[in-house]
Write a protein that binds this ligand. Structure first.
Ligand code: H2B
Length: 93
């Protein structure tokens, strides 16, 4: 299992993913789309990388907005796996 990052490591790594904010033991990003169809299509794009990594975002769709939340449930906080997945997600669409 990946190790929890220190607060300093989290701050450093967060600078690499400007669209994301650190919220407690998670990192979050809200993406806005034209409508619901585009929002769902984006969520579908996350399936393959999440399955490949064995690391799955928590997702909320609200019409044309997708809130993506990453944390490592197994470790009880943020690990490098969350930042790797955030970078991967930011590179999509
Ligand atoms: C056994 C299985 O690989 C684990 O439960 C994985 C699955 N996907 C996961 N995804 C995320 N985001 N955090 C986890 O801790 C996690 N654990």
């Amino acid at each position: 299992m990946a190790e929890l990052l220190s607060a300093t490591e989290i701050q450093q790594m967060a600078t690499q993913i400007p669209q994301w904010s650190v919220e407690g033991k998670t990192i979050k990003c809200v993406k806005t789309f034209k409508g619901f169809v585009e929002a769902v299509a984006f969520v579908n794009q996350l399936v393959e990388p999440a399955e490949a990594a064995g690391h799955h975002p928590d997702l909320e769709i609200s019409y044309n907005k997708v809130t993506i939340t990453l944390t490592t449930h197994d470790a009880g906080g943020l690990t490098k796996n969350d930042f790797a997945m955030a970078e991967k997600i930011s590179s999509l669409s």
